[in-house]
Structure formats: structure tokens, C-alpha cells
Ligand binder design. Sequence first.
Ligand SMILES: NC(=O)c1ccc[n+]([C@@H]2O[C@H](COP(=O)([O-])OP(=O)(O)OC[C@H]3O[C@@H](n4cnc5c(N)ncnc54)[C@H](OP(=O)(O)O)[C@@H]3O)[C@@H](O)[C@H]2O)c1
Length: 342
Amino acid sequence: MAAGTVPRGVARVADAALEASVVASFGRPGYLARRALYGWGPPASDGAGRVAVVTGASSGIGRAVAEALVRSRWSVVAVSRDPGRNAACVDELRAIAAGDRDAGRVTGAVADLSDLGEVRELGSALRAEHVRLDALVHDAGVLHRTFHRTDQGFEATFALHVLGPTLLSALLLDLLRAAGASGAGSRVVTVSSGGMYPSRLDLERLEHAAPASYHGAVAYSLAKRAQVELGVEWARRLARTGVVALTMHPGWVATRSLDAGLPAFARAARGLLRTPEQGADTAVWLACAPREEVAGGGFYLDRRPRALHLTPWTRTTAVERSRALDRVATLAGADVPSASGR
Ligand SMILES: NC(=O)c1ccc[n+]([C@@H]2O[C@H](COP(=O)([O-])OP(=O)(O)OC[C@H]3O[C@@H](n4cnc5c(N)ncnc54)[C@H](OP(=O)(O)O)[C@@H]3O)[C@@H](O)[C@H]2O)c1
């Protein structure tokens, strides 16, 4: 079957059938089948003059996102926590850019994004260095198998996936608005997970997590659910700004954190896992696609928005989502647009 020769309606029916079989859909077969069905081109368009901040850029999916953007001439700020891994990643990305005299600039920034003080410092440094931001990709994430508390007293999964990204988005909103006012609009892309499907939005549980009742996979699922629900609310509040908020699922991807967080699953699914580049494809595409091709607040897998809920009991209301964003903003000390969008 030649790429792109399948009629769109047929491709969508085949895609829906694939989606129903979760294992194939989330695994490598899902990516390969959809790429063939829709005849995808490369995910990134020419990004000369555009700037992206990519968190989690030192390995796995974030590394692949950063590399795809660098290859497409974006200027990229690669953010991660470990200084040695960050420096190595910046060196590698610069070596890739060196082959192209029109390539953008690659810089690195080290921050523990579960530490709100470090997120603030990162935000200040980025604001001092840049006047516009075309894409903010929140990729940094990890499944903590044991309970950790941050210096600010929050459970680490909640802090890293929910509080830190909310604060960073808020701190960089002026830069995102500046880029959003022109052309394609700017993007905030959050790498969530299909692991959020079993959970309902429950901030109370995230906020009041305790060591005795902590379960890493549950905390991760709740945090990933919160990312998706907050993404819908961010998109609503930013609707008239040119800044488009989106969330996505990369599929099941062979990475360091999958091995560490879910070792038995990683072993059992080994032959089915996507490469980091395959997992990164949709995040890169969301950062680069023309404005009219992306739906703010959507939860994407393989370049298409997917259901936010697979069961009725996980559904939330607009009021709950709005309250949740306000509560997260209060906890993180983040200045987010008001519920009326101002
Ligand atoms: N792999 C999968 O199957 C899968 C499926 C669904 C969703 N995801 C999501 O995809 C994202 C990327 O994960 P991955 O699988 O690519 O894992 P990975 O290869 O282990 O990469 C994780 C990245 O996050 C950074 N990071 C972790 N904790 C951090 C912190 N406290 N502060 C700053 N940076 C931090 C790491 O930086 P250091 O190098 O400094 O540690 C690294 O760059 C995560 O949000 C994950 O939840 C993954």
C-alpha cells in the first residue's frame, strides 16, 4: 500500500478500529499503520526564526523532540535536571546544527522542575534571554515508584507533572503571546499519557498524597489526567490569544523512565515499543502544524485528537476544570489568566 493513497474516510475507520485495540494502538504497530494510512510527511516544518523550550530534553522522547526541531532550524532551549546529561545533550544537538549554516541556536538550562524555586529561576533566565517563544514542550516526567516530597512540601509526581509546568507556562506566557500574535500562533504542548484514562481529575488526592497510601502508578495516572484536564482549561482561557494549549500521548516508548518506572511492563512489551522518535512525532507535529490543523485543548495520539474519556465516571465539568486550574495556580504561585480569559 503506497503512503497517502488510502481515502481519508477509510483511513479514519481503520484508525478507529486500531484505537479500540489499545495494545496495537499505543505500541509501534499503531504508529506505523497510521503513518501509512495518512501518508504523513516529516512532523517538523521549517522553523527558522522560531524558538522552542523543551523540558526533559536530555533523553527519550524529549531528546527526540529537541533533535527534530533543531534539524528543522528551530532555536531550542534544552531543559533537564542532571547537569552532565544536559551538557551532553546540548553538545550533541549543537553538533547536529553545525552541519547547517541556517540552523537556529541551541542552549541548555538545568533545573529540577519539581522544585518551584528552580522553575522560577528558569522562567526569569528565559525571560531575560528571549523576547518570543513559539513552542513550550512540557515533556519532563517520571514515574516515581516511592514517595518523595519536594522542598516546598508537595509530592514529587504532582510537583513535576502539574505544579512545575503550570508555573513555567505562566511565567513564559508573555513570550508565548508575543509569538502567538504572529502567523501560526504559539503552542504549549504537554506530553501526558494514555495512562491517565483510568483516573478522574482528583486534585485533592494529588495535593494530600501521603507516604502510607502512595502508589507510584496511581499517582502518575492522576497527574497525567490532571495535565489533560488542565490543558482543556488552559486552551479555553487562551482562546483569543494565539497561544494554543494541547496535550498528547506518545504511545508506549522504549526509554529510561519506562524501564525504571514499569520494568515488568517494559520487559513484557519490549517487541511492541515505539522508538523515541516515533513517540516524539506527534509532539513535534503539534508544535509545527498550521494553526487550522490543531484543536486547542485536544488530547492527541498519532496526530489526531482522541477521546478524553473511555468511561463515563472519569468525566469532569467545565466548573471542575476551572477550579482545578485556579487551585493549581494558587499552590504553585502562578499568575494564570482568569477564568474569564483575561
Ligand atoms: N516512555 C513511555 O512509554 C511514555 C508513555 C507515556 C508518556 N510518557 C511521558 O513522556 C515523557 C518523557 O519520558 P521518557 O519516557 O522519554 O523518559 P526519559 O527518557 O527518562 O526522559 C525523562 C526526561 O525528563 C527529565 N526529568 C525527569 N525528572 C525531572 C525533574 N525533576 N526536573 C527536570 N527534568 C526532569 C529527565 O532529565 P534528566 O536526564 O536530568 O534526569 C529526562 O530528560 C514523560 O512525561 C513521561 O511521563 C512516556
